[in-house]
Design a protein around this ligand. Structure first.
Ligand code: NAD
Ligand code: UD2
Length: 328
């Protein structure tokens, strides 16, 4: 008898991380169904064999339909920008918290035992942590509606596991970078903005003194963490092990200053552009670096892409996009 392939629902599968994930899952022989409203994601980048449903993650009917017959869920759909969530407070709350609950409720109702869910939380739940590196026992203290909704999702995730038997894992991503993150959006990450500007000979501006630090994790490593997490939950389900909730940092454990980042990118591009310093960004977190020990222990993986290697892949991809745009 032919073995049925593992069918996975990916919400937000047309976004930056989702597109990388869908390609990796299809390459691993899994069947992918995507639910995305295309508000920031693009259908063009997703693999042809993925089944795309255009719909809203906070619409219970759309989510229940999308979940029919799947073996696991990776929930990434969100308004992912802190700035945008500040502007669209209630709308982002609906997507970022109600959307997460809608996914968990549908997972509870779709099968017995419930369908396992792996979903994107964020380092934003920690706010300005006083002790570094930040581990999962650090008391959360979000500083934005975005962070508050991710933390609310985790609290519901705990209830989903304890009360409803929905095994779920919240992955707390630190600063994710890599090809495919829109460099022209004002809401984009510093790496995609600096890489695009330095790669095309333009100056960059650092907010403040440039000594603030971040833990930059390559998107390919984030994809491995997502797949390993779902694999772990599916294995537990097959073995009839009890449902649980876990929160896991997805990070490298290395702190990089924004100045060091800009200088590395300038070296890699051979650019002679200016690195300027402007006023600090309001509410900017000074230091953020994660402790990756739990990820290694529970998922058996490390974020192994070195910064220079990840940046080189990004610069190559951005250069190719510019070449195609000029040619076309
Ligand atoms: P993204 O904006 O590229 O992708 C989000 C996707 O969700 C998009 O395709 C968008 O169209 C879709 N979406 C938004 N609202 C929706 C709705 N109501 N219904 C259905 N689909 C909807 O963002 P990303 O960087 O790929 O982030 C993926 C996840 O990871 C998000 O949950 C984000 O909060 C989280 N995260 C990202 C980072 C990072 O550095 N990129 C850091 C921490 C956490
Ligand atoms: C990231 C995430 C956010 C949230 C948060 C968790 C992005 C875009 N944002 O916010 O969603 O998860 O982490 O704590 O991934 N900078 C400059 N010049 C620029 C742009 C940025 O100096 O042109 C600085 C910025 O002031 C900050 C650092 O670079 O000190 C990183 O900024 P970011 O916007 O990439 O990400 P962050 O950490 O604020």
């Amino acid at each position: 008898m032919e073995e049925r392939s593992n069918t996975i629902l990916v919400t937000g599968g047309c976004g930056f991380i989702g597109t990388h994930l869908c390609h990796a899952m299809i390459n691993a022989g899994q069947k992918v169904r995507i639910l995305d409203d295309l508000s920031s994601g693009k259908a063009a980048g997703v693999p042809e064999s993925a089944d795309l449903i255009v719909g809203d993650v906070a619409d219970p009917e759309a989510v229940a339909d999308a979940m029919a017959g799947v073996d696991g869920v990776i929930h990434l759909a969100a308004i992912a920008s802190v700035e945008l969530c500040n502007r669209a407070w209630v709308r982002s709350h609906r997507t970022n918290l109600t959307g997460t609950l809608t996914v968990m409720e549908a997972a509870r109702d779709a099968a017995r035992p419930a369908i396992p869910v792996v979903w994107a939380s964020s380092a934003a739940i920690y706010g300005a942590a006083r002790t570094l590196p930040i581990n999962e026992r650090t008391v959360p203290s979000p500083m934005s509606p975005y962070g508050a909704d991710k933390l609310g999702g985790e609290q519901h995730g705990l209830a989903a596991a304890d009360i409803f038997g929905v095994a779920n894992t919240a992955l707390r991503f630190f600063n994710v970078y890599g090809p495919g993150q829109d460099p022209h959006s004002p809401y984009s990450g510093v790496i995609s903005i600096f890489a695009e500007r330095l790669g095309s000979g333009q100056d960059v501006t650092i907010n403040g003194d440039g000594q603030q630090t971040r833990d930059f994790v390559y998107v390919g490593d984030v994809v491995r963490a997502l797949m390993a997490s779902l694999d772990r939950l599916q294995r537990r389900r097959r073995l009839d092990q009890p449902a649980g909730f876990d929160a896991i940092n997805v990070c490298t454990g290395h702190a990089v200053t924004v100045t060091a980042l800009a200088e590395t990118l300038r070296d890699l591009t051979g650019s002679t552009a200016t690195i300027a310093y402007g006023p600090p960004r309001e509410g900017d977190i000074r230091d953020s670096v994660g402790d990756a020990a739990r990820m290694q222990r529970l998922l058996g993986i490390r974020a192994e892409t070195r910064l220079e290697e990840g940046l080189t892949r990004l610069l190559d991809a951005q250069g190719e996009t510019r070449r195609l745009a000029t040619a076309g």
